[in-house]
Design a protein around this ligand. Structure first.
Ligand code: FAD
Length: 471
């Protein structure tokens, strides 16, 4: 008998419970990918995400072909496509791994009910998380809203899934339509604005494993101290791989546990805690599905956000604010599809506090430009920095971009890499070049002579708006 295995954000063959279930139950799996961006609702995938997915799907197809199978691509809508595949192949079962975005949860529940009514065997599995969102509750039986007690609870229930390597051969069937080509899905950009990405990234399962190996042999040592340094490779860079499900989080955790020694224990704990934030983000998104579009903290519904000036927003987006650490981060994002976590916090603080723009404007830009754009993590990140979120940094905590840069990029190397026109300035001036207008004009005549907002005035007006809210 045949089973459709519907691939979504689980683009791997190792540790893939849906695929395993098909095989364990004696089905011949038909691997399927359905392109249906509209089914993400207001949060259809962005351009950088599509560019990654194109390559990741190609890698998955190649891995399937090496094992005697292949991936078939189709256009949505998902339910009608599955139904027509069931009719033409005679498949008796459909297996997939779960997604947690609200629009996808709704869609999948509907598809499951409909197909079961039609007599199909339909099962879904967890491939993305260490703990499913509904399995973790506080003492009152409610979802957590604060990270530390959530994390402590996870640790008391800590048990990692088994790691299961993909079989070296897969049974194959030619029944039914072979679908459209990957290129027909038009996920890859027409103009190669993503060219710079691929010097840094290798989408797909092999790339994910290579990134983990590189981390274990390199940045893991000292992670706890180095993870805040954008001028170094101090983190794992696993985020896009985890987002697209190219590697299971329990495999990442298991590999690290195997490496545990007295010397690296604190680094491993610090890393697992970050994976814990990823779990927490998914927990929040599942239980508070309106938060990608609305303040978690409803007090902020009355907050006096500034009206957006399209020019100023574009200056932020394109790295022309005149504040070097901000411009460096925004240019890193544009060129590589990724930005260091510390810098994400600094640029988000600048947008939501110094410019006092609603966090939604930043979240949207990240959504379109990040290769790791993830509705759970992005929502948590923006609401955390803006002060509107669950367990967020308080709004009155305004990052000073000059101090942040001097602390976390002390030699100005990150700034020099991404804003090379400032590399000719001595180090302290790279953090606040407006302090020596002559030197700035000489070295970088095209760089903004003044920051988009005065640091002190921006901070004060943000705090004043906040005080009004409380008053
Ligand atoms: P590492 O430090 O090596 O961490 C390992 C893994 O833990 C990451 O791959 C990621 O899956 C998870 N993780 C780490 N930090 C966080 C965090 N703060 N919240 C949730 N999970 C975390 N991350 C995304 O994956 N997608 C996003 O769209 C996203 N948007 C963000 C927006 C803002 C404003 C902020 C402040 C943070 C955002 N993050 C997002 C979280 C974080 O910046 C990235 O996960 C991290 O920089 C990825 O780099 P890494 O894999 O080297 O991280």
């Amino acid at each position: 008998a045949l089973a459709l295995v519907w691939f979504r954000n689980d683009l791997r063959l190792d540790d893939n419970p849906a695929l395993q279930a098909a095989l364990d139950n004696g089905y011949v799996p038909i691997p399927v990918y359905i392109h249906a961006p509209d089914e993400g609702g207001d949060w259809a995938p962005g351009a950088a995400s599509d560019a990654w997915r194109h390559r990741s799907l190609a890698a998955l197809d190649e891995a399937l072909r090496r094992r005697g199978s292949q991936l078939r691509h189709f256009f949505g809508p998902s339910l009608a496509t599955l139904q027509s595949l069931i009719a033409t192949t005679g498949a008796e079962a459909v297996f997939w791994n779960r997604r947690y975005e609200p629009a996808h949860e709704r869609r999948d529940a509907h598809i499951k009910t409909t197909l079961r009514h039609e007599g199909l065997r339909v099962e879904s599995f967890n491939a993305a998380l260490l703990f499913e969102p509904w399995t973790v509750r506080n003492k009152q039986g409610l979802p957590f809203k604060v990270f530390t007690p959530y994390w402590k609870t996870l640790l008391t229930q800590w048990q990692l899934g088994l790691c299961i390597d993909a079989p070296s051969r897969l049974p194959h069937s030619d029944e039914g339509p072979s679908g459209v080509s990957l290129d027909a899905l038009k996920l890859a950009p027409k103009l190669a604005w993503d060219r710079g990405f691929w010097d840094e990234w290798t989408p797909g399962e092999a790339g994910a494993h290579a990134a983990l190996d590189t981390f274990v042999d390199g940045a893991l040592r000292g992670y706890r101290e180095q993870r805040d340094r954008p001028d170094r490779v101090g983190t794992s860079r696993l985020s896009p791989h985890l987002h697209f499900g190219e590697i299971a989080p329990w495999r990442v955790a298991s590999v690290l546990e195997r490496e545990r020694t007295a010397a690296n224990g604190a680094d491993i704990d610090a890393f697992l805690r970050e994976l814990g934030w990823r779990e927490f983000a998914h927990h929040l998104l599942h239980h508070f599905p309106e938060t990608p579009d609305h303040n978690f903290d409803a007090r902020f519904n009355d907050f006096a956000w500034s009206n957006v000036s399209p020019d100023r927003l574009a200056d932020w987006q394109q790295g022309r604010t005149g504040v070097p650490i901000i411009d460096a981060g925004m240019r890193e994002l544009w060129h590589t599809g990724w930005m260091h976590n510390r810098v994400r916090m600094i640029v988000a603080s600048f947008l939501t506090k110094h410019l006092r723009y609603h966090w939604r404007h930043g979240a949207r830009w990240f959504w379109d430009t990040l290769i790791d754009a993830d509705l759970a993590n992005n929502t948590l990140g923006w609401q955390w920095v803006a002060g509107t979120g669950a367990d967020a940094a308080p709004y009155f905590r305004v990052f000073n971009p000059v101090l942040q840069a001097s602390k976390f990029d002390p030699d100005g190397r990150y700034i020099a890499r991404w804003v090379p026109e400032l590399a000719g300035l001595p180090v302290p001036l790279r953090f606040s070049p407006w302090q020596d207008p002559q030197a700035l004009r000489r070295v970088a005549p095209d760089y903004p002579p003044q920051p988009l907002v005065d640091m002190g005035a921006g901070r004060e007006s943000a705090l004043a708006a906040y005080r009004k809210l409380r008053g």
